[in-house]
Design a protein around this ligand. Structure first.
Ligand code: BEZ
Length: 210
């Protein structure tokens, strides 16, 4: 069965563009993003990897480590990395798994046989410091993902983990947030001494905590 939110993600060992890595050691105690892209030397993937490399400081600010995956050989990763740097203006700065035997792709359900039985779809897994899956998504090969949206989701997840708030529709960093229903008014008074706007007893709005 596909990995579901709350599941502990599986560990693996893999060859990557930065040497052999055991996944649990790499993500240990940190937030992490693991994402697949269908194939090396393909146009949409080239743009995605370049953009993700550009976001290095944004991921670091949030304490997030990133790892990519492609079902290609390490030698091809090295060649393709040069193209990414040349065309996107940024060199790869995170490990890219060389999953030519599709071991990790299969473990994480990144191959959807009715789409393609050789390439992965565009999967993203956001993993918490407890190694539990917090969010996943799958896009088809022809649609590049919005990595700014991945950052937005991470901001929301981290606010929930740290402050017990949820984020409303189309929320952006800095906008008001919602006290999660599991927080009683008594607890809310302690957590949010400045008070909140109560539109309904279940809809309590506060400024985004810092
Ligand atoms: C691409 O990355 O551009 C791509 C990969 C596989 C199928 C279609 C597009």
């Amino acid at each position: 069965m596909a990995l579901q939110i709350g599941d502990k993600v599986p560990d693996f060992e893999a060859e990557t563009s930065e040497g052999p890595i055991r996944f649990y050691d790499y993500i240990d105690g940190k937030w992490a993003v693991l994402f697949s892209h269908p194939k090396n030397f393909t146009p949409v993937c080239t743009t995605e990897l370049g953009y993700t490399a550009k976001l290095k400081d944004e991921f670091a600010k949030r304490g997030v480590v990133v790892m990519g995956l492609s079902v290609d050989k390490l030698v091809d990763h090295d060649k393709w990395a040069k193209d990414i740097e040349e065309t996107q203006g940024t060199a790869l700065n995170f490990p890219l798994i060389a999953d030519h035997d599709r071991k990790v792709a299969t473990l994480y359900g990144m191959i959807h046989p009715n789409a393609s039985d050789t390439m992965t779809v565009r999967s993203v897994f956001v993993i918490g410091p407890d190694k539990a899956l917090k969010m996943s998504l799958n896009y088809p090969a022809s649609t590049g993902r919005n990595f700014d949206e991945i950052l937005r989701v991470i901001d929301s997840l981290q606010l929930t983990a740290q402050h017990k708030v949820a984020t409303p529709v189309n929320w952006k960093h800095g906008e008001d947030v919602i006290i999660v229903p599991a927080v009683s008014n008594e607890e809310a008074k302690e957590r949010f001494p400045g008070g909140w706007k109560e539109l309904k007893p279940y809809l309590r709005i506060v400024p985004q905590p810092k």
